[in-house]
Unconditional design. Structure first.
Length: 202
């Protein structure tokens, strides 16, 4: 009986320890919300409307997912509720921990698999990093993006060159679209680097 009691207490302590020391892994939706409120607090309604009416909706499965995400971010202490002085309405403000988490996401080294499968996520990171990272960090992000794109496009073209003869027409056209899309992103990347450099020099 005593052994069972001790075992139960030990198991409970392990569970509590794991919960306390669990690795925080925000979702892409969480990062999108943190990016939106990094400069100014927004109400839950305002955040939901932005996801409903803009391209941010691509990062949320449904408008109904916003409020659970806000609750999750609060529980992780990445955001907090505040009262707006002018309207006295409740809004969500990013915390210092939220800022650190967001910046860590911005500065995470790019991986080839992200260029192959998660270009939209990379562009979201870039869109929100304007005020939190410095010029060199932005340039590093874009330069890495550019080089990984060049490598991937070369691989796509080599594959197409060797296998296109075995593809049906629609397959070839779809593959060409993939190459064209990545080349368009590469063109944008070069343009972004040029513009950032010009702004830095002016």
């Amino acid at each position: 009986m005593l052994f069972n009691t001790i075992s139960t207490i030990f198991v409970i302590r392990i569970v509590l320890f794991m919960k306390t020391h669990a690795v925080i892994k925000p979702t892409l939706l969480d990062y999108a919300i943190l990016g939106l409120i990094q400069d100014i607090p927004l109400s839950g309604y305002a955040i939901r409307k932005l996801f409903e009416e803009t391209a941010l909706g691509n990062y949320s499965s449904s408008p109904g997912a916003i409020y659970p995400a806000l609750k999750r971010l609060q529980s992780l202490e990445l955001i907090k509720k505040v009262s707006l002085a002018k309207t006295n309405k409740t809004a969500f403000k990013i915390t210092k921990e939220g800022i650190l988490m967001l910046k860590k996401w911005f500065l995470k080294p790019l991986e080839k698999t992200e260029v192959e499968r998660k270009t939209d996520e990379l562009l979201l990171r870039f869109a929100f990093m304007e005020t939190l990272v410095d010029y060199n960090q932005k340039l590093d992000f874009l330069t890495s993006f550019r080089e990984l794109l060049r490598t991937y496009i070369k691989e796509l073209k080599n594959f197409y060159s060797s296998e296109s003869g075995n593809m049906p027409l629609h397959g070839r056209l779809a593959f060409q679209h993939g190459i064209d899309s990545n080349e368009a992103t590469l063109k944008w990347c070069k343009k972004a680097i040029t513009q950032l450099t010009q702004i830095k020099q002016s």
